[in-house]
Design a protein around this ligand. Structure first.
Ligand code: GTP
Ligand code: MG
Length: 243
């Protein structure tokens, strides 16, 4: 596969933009197909919603500067992995891994990088599953492998990340310690919430299956309260079972 190379920088950039727009379309279609297939088989959508964006020229220029490279189209394509970005919001953590696996195993998808900030959250509490993948874009006389960043997270993780993002910019990256600690604490609560919501969902599914099999049993597994953050113990302490 050929690398994009043009003499005229402006033409070159317009062609790169066309590639990035195309790769967003490719990923969106792949996700829509997976979501529909899953819905047919399991009667629910693993994907809540999807957003996509092309990185602004200003952010691209800033990133190239931070990386100490000259601002050329060639360098942007080579060094900036997230010019095209897709964010997938799921209901449950289990859906995140299911979607990631389904994307990664497609023949035309090359996974270039994975960062699992769910199994290893960032020190500030950030959680998400990140993949950089490359997908071939077929042109009339050429095939161009094009990179796209895919971020997958739950609704709750997304809620946290958007607030943290606002705070980060408000304080120019230097939020007061108190606010940073509060955010960290919220991340623990969110992680707990996601686990609890997943457990409830598993229990509901089990009820459904048992009902269909004529055997309704009570499963209190969703009441599991391990990992309850200290801040929640005083709230839930009175209603969790003492087994
Ligand atoms: P950049 O952060 O994009 O320069 O690249 P990186 O190599 O550090 O990649 P990483 O996968 O860590 O982050 C990629 C993207 O994830 C960022 O551009 C953000 O959109 C998001 N992200 C990463 N860390 C955080 C975080 O602490 N808070 C929030 N709100 N978003 C984050
Ligand atoms: Mg980025």
């Amino acid at each position: 596969m050929n690398e994009i190379y043009y003499n005229d920088e402006e033409n070159e950039w317009n062609k790169a933009l066309l590639m990035y727009d195309a790769v967003l379309k490719e990923v969106s279609t792949k996700l829509e197909i997976l979501n529909n297939e899953f819905k047919l088989a399991h009667q629910y959508n693993p994907i809540e919603h999807i957003t996509s964006r092309i990185k602004s020229a200003q952010s691209i220029a800033r990133k190239i500067r931070i990386k100490g490279k000259e601002l050329t189209v060639e360098n942007i394509i080579k060094y900036v992995n997230d010019v095209a970005g897709v964010r997938i919001i799921c209901s449950f953590t289990s859906d995140i891994y299911r979607i990631a696996k389904a994307i990664a195993k497609q023949d035309d998808v090359s996974v270039l990088q994975v960062k699992d900030y769910i199994s290893s959250p960032k020190p500030n509490g950030y959680m998400s599953y990140h993949m950089i993948v490359a997908i071939p874009i077929f042109l009339s006389n050429d095939v161009v492998n094009t990179k796209v960043e895919i971020q997958i997270r739950t609704i709750a993780m997304d809620f946290w990340a958007s607030l943290e993002h606002k705070i980060y910019y408000k304080f120019d990256g230097k939020a007061p310690d108190g606010i940073r600690e509060e955010l960290r604490e919220c991340a623990d609560i969110i992680s707990f919430l996601d686990k609890k919501m997943l457990a409830i969902n598993e229990t509901v599914k089990k009820y459904h299956n048992d009902f269909n099999g004529g055997n309704i049993s009570e499963d209190p597994s969703y009441l599991i309260h391990e990992d309850l953050p200290d801040s929640l113990k005083k709230l839930f302490g009175t209603i969790v079972p003492d087994d």
